[in-house]
Design a protein. Structure first.
Length: 222
């Protein structure tokens, strides 16, 4: 499983080798792009782990991830895995009970992974706006009740906000890809939910030097 050709769980077969003792299951290529950028913000070692262990499920399909993991992880073996899922709904979606503690399911507390890209300063940098330009903050305030740390963020449809016909694209005349916004994020822009995921990945591979401690940062107010 490599950066250039990550394994797709729907195309894997017994002849498809698992090159890592850890598997990171993601819903799609866009999710993987975001996670790769975030991992590089934390540490080179963690970035190499993510680059080398990705398995693309082709949608929100935890059962497919479990099937793939069981196929390549012999019973009693030392392989580990984390399956990352969007929440996609008004309440937390129950995660499947795998019966195998080696595969962990992580569901974003917010609605989508893209929700963690709604950082005004990062979007402003992505648009090459001046530091004092408040248009991004104003626009997000129009669509988000409260600030970006508020409970209401759990239901914000970030995919709609970032879509080609969404409010940001209409306001600025540019469609910003999620990966592009992620590349404009700094280490202190990463939400504690993101850091928690990478703590689990680090623990799964026995990586201890990443120092991605889960400490809630000050709110990125809009």
């Amino acid at each position: 499983m490599s950066l250039s050709d990550p394994v797709r769980a729907d195309r894997a077969s017994p002849a498809t080798p698992v090159k890592s003792r850890f598997a990171l299951y993601v819903e799609g290529p866009s999710d993987l792009d975001i996670l790769q950028v975030w991992a590089r913000r934390i540490s080179p070692s963690l970035a190499r782990v993510v680059d080398g262990c990705a398995v693309i499920m082709g949608g929100r399909q935890p059962a497919r991830a479990l099937e793939h993991f069981r196929e390549f992880a012999p019973a009693g073996g030392d392989m580990r895995g984390v399956c990352v899922l969007d929440r996609d709904g008004g309440s937390r979606v129950p995660e499947p009970c795998s019966g195998d503690s080696r595969l962990e399911f992580f569901t974003w507390p917010r609605r989508h992974i893209e929700s963690y890209l709604l950082v005004p300063d990062a979007i402003r940098r992505c648009l090459h706006l001046r530091r004092g330009d408040v248009r991004v903050s104003r626009l997000l305030r129009e669509h988000i009740s409260g600030d970006c740390e508020a409970a209401s963020m759990a239901e914000v449809d970030a995919k709609r906000l970032l879509a080609s016909r969404g409010p940001i694209a209409r306001e600025f005349g540019h469609t910003l890809s999620p990966a592009r916004i992620a590349r404009c994020m700094r280490r202190d822009d990463l939400h504690s939910d993101v850091l928690e995921l990478f703590e689990r990945v680090s623990a799964g591979v026995g990586l201890h030097e990443t120092q991605c401690h889960v400490v809630r940062p000050p709110p990125n107010r809009v």
